[in-house]
Design a protein around this ligand. Structure first.
Ligand SMILES: [Zn+2]
Length: 423
């Protein structure tokens, strides 16, 4: 690619000793570009709700090949709650909710005094922003947190992916192949939403889930083939990842819905924007767990009543602000408390067919890295989803933006690449 060629020429000039000063290095590029791996394409694939166990259960052959030829992170930590919107945002920014401002699929925004569904007001730079600033050409298919956030106009392809039809991954694969053949992009992010929808409807251990995983795998295989045909495969850096895992519905249910318990204790409670009124004291938002916001300043007596009311619910635990801060939640938009079902419990919907997520239980998304600069056939015990962006940027030699919270997954780096980089 052009950056590499320009640099190679500079390097050659440097070797000839013509403008052989340190200043030339500083001005024209960092030495690591010469010694680092050559990467001409970055493929960022996310499959929503792709639990890491699917690799063993359903044996998707192309995805399995990526794990065998690359590095797999055994415990990939998502942001909490393990819901889609905050995790998709953190995946593409390398930043926690406290930095992105996107804390849940729906969140109470105090300065607007509104409950915002599907928040897109991410305050961090995306990997597409950072690569574009370094001269890369980003494209994306349905990776919604990148829409207008580093990927613009015709380069953003919005397909309806949150379905359970097996043709959906196929259509995404078709579009990805077109983009690769066009030669108009060198960063491509793809989001397969159908793994999440299928998991919700049929559960993670179902024939439908197996079929969907294999349909996504087939699309991945066609995308890799297109990279080979384009002569790019050997110089493509790949991540296959997910935003969270997926569990079957539990058989046991908390003894009462927290919003209902708080109402019975005499509080004015809203659970959505329509219910939010002048008198609303407490907001309770759902998504596997319950985010509890004190909209009005509560007296000490009231706060105590809130705690006693919630503590009386069987099958839950209360996570306070200290715990939420440890998990890098947003100081306001993640709530003042989170109610989390105990292991083996759900707050609502016990015994339902299908699957759920949102709890810490679903902190088991797939995470694979593959390609130049990445260790082959390796495993890393644990890393965070926010570490993916800085790791990719490190391999391609692009500095991370100040908004990046994650760090490079050192254990995933090929020895030579890891050792060649100045700190
Ligand atoms: Zn999701």
């Amino acid at each position: 690619m052009m950056r590499t060629r320009v640099f190679s020429l500079l390097f050659f000039v440097f070797l000839l000793g013509l403008p052989a000063t340190g200043a030339v290095w500083q001005v024209h590029g960092e030495p690591r570009e010469a010694s680092g791996p050559e990467v001409d394409f970055v493929l960022f694939i996310t499959a929503d709700g792709f639990r890491t166990g699917y690799v063993e259960w359903y044996n998707p052959s192309y995805i399995r090949n990526l794990t065998e030829g690359g590095t797999r992170v055994l415990q990939a930590w998502p942001v909490f709650p393990t819901n889609t919107t905050p995790n998709m945002t953190s995946l593409v920014t390398g930043a926690y909710p406290r930095t992105t401002g996107v804390a849940n699929n729906s969140q109470y925004v105090r300065e607007l005094d509104r409950i915002v569904g599907g928040p897109r007001d991410n305050e961090s730079k995306t990997i597409a922003d950072m690569l574009a600033e370094a001269g890369w050409r980003p494209a994306a298919i349905s990776h919604f947190a990148l829409d207008t956030r580093g990927v613009h106009g015709d380069m953003y392809h919005n397909l309806e992916t949150y379905t359970t039809t097996l043709e959906t991954p196929e259509r995404i694969g078709d579009r990805a192949v077109e983009i690769i053949r066009s030669g108009e992009a060198d960063f491509l992010a793809i989001n397969f939403g159908s793994t999440d929808t299928t998991g919700h409807r049929y559960g993670p251990r179902s024939n439908e889930m197996e079929e969907m995983v294999l349909a996504v795998d087939a699309a991945v295989g066609r995308i890799l083939e297109a990279l080979k045909e384009a002569g790019l495969y050997e110089r493509t850096l790949i991540t296959f990842n997910a935003d969270h895992g997926m569990s079957e519905f539990e058989e046991k249910e908390a003894s009462m819905e927290p919003a209902e318990a708080l109402r019975r204790a005499g509080f004015e409670v809203a659970t959505n924007q329509n219910e939010l009124g002048e008198d609303t004291e407490i907001i309770v938002l759902a998504g596997g767990v319950r985010l509890i916001y004190f909209r009005k300043q509560l007296s000490e007596e009231q706060q105590q009543r809130v705690m006693e009311t919630l503590e009386a619910i069987e099958g839950i635990k209360i996570m306070d602000r200290e715990r939420l801060d440890e998990l890098h939640c947003h100081p306001e938009r993640s709530g003042d408390l989170i109610v989390h079902p105990l292991p083996g419990y759900t707050i609502s919907g016990a015994g339902n067919p299908g699957g759920l997520h949102g709890r810490l239980t679903e902190a088991d998304p797939v995470l694979i890295l593959y390609g130049p600069g990445i260790r082959e056939g390796a495993t890393v015990e644990e890393a965070h989803l926010v570490d993916i962006v800085p790791t990719l940027l490190h391999v391609v030699g692009v500095p991370p933006a100040e908004t990046v919270d994650g760090s490079v997954i050192e254990g995933a780096l090929a020895g030579a690449a890891a050792g060649s980089r100045p700190q």
